[in-house]
Design a protein around this ligand. Structure first.
Ligand SMILES: Nc1c(C(=O)O)ncn1[C@@H]1O[C@H](COP(=O)(O)O)[C@@H](O)[C@H]1O
Length: 174
């Protein structure tokens, strides 16, 4: 087993349904990762220790997801020099705006690269893109991924212009 390059951590198992999207991207790109539940609030000592040791274990990027008063990513970023990508997860009361603001409004000096609410997929892709600077195979994998996206959109455009928007919409509804 190759040692993990990416750590996916989340404040609670309630975030797993969202955070699995980051794991799926990394699996698609064959990037080794590990995944943990750690909380700056509920397991502060373990979260801190994990973040402090991550780099020496070979981790190169950390993805941290949390909801509500989402302090996890910021606390992790405070004690590591690794890039930290934050995923604000949608909380039950404030639709994730609380998580987003807690995560994105970091004080100067300790950045968290925050993606959109629930966008763990983009967090995974950002990790791929960061790793691509050092690993040509991951850069290529990301290139291939984007090429596929491009082809999908162009195919849709062709269909739209060939069939007309009414028929396109009818078919899309089916
Ligand atoms: N924001 C944080 C942190 C943290 O920031 O350290 N730890 C847990 N949580 C969040 O609390 C929400 C509710 O968690 P529970 O469902 O376990 O009560 C989750 O979205 C979690 O990320």
């Amino acid at each position: 087993m190759p040692s993990p390059l990416v750590a996916i951590i989340m404040g609670s198992d309630s975030d797993l349904e969202i955070m699995k999207d980051a794991a799926l991207v990394l699996e698609e790109m064959h990037i080794p990762y590990e995944i943990h539940i750690l909380s700056a609030h509920r397991t502060p000592f373990q979260a801190m220790q994990y973040a402090q040791e991550a780099s020496s274990k070979g981790i190169e990027v950390i993805i941290a997801g949390a909801g509500a008063a989402a302090h996890l990513a910021g606390v992790i970023a405070a004690v590591t020099e690794l890039p930290v990508i934050g995923v604000p997860t949608k909380s039950s009361y404030l639709q994730g705006l609380d998580s987003l603001l807690s995560m994105v409004q970091m004080p100067g000096g300790i950045p968290v690269a925050t993606v959109a609410i629930n966008q763990a997929k983009n967090a995974g892709l950002l990790a791929v893109s960061i790793l691509g600077i050092k690993y040509p195979e991951y850069r290529e994998a990301y290139k291939t991924y984007k090429k596929k996206l491009e082809e999908e959109v162009l195919a849709k455009d062709k269909k739209l212009t060939t069939k007309g928007w009414q028929a396109y919409l009818e078919e899309k509804k089916k």
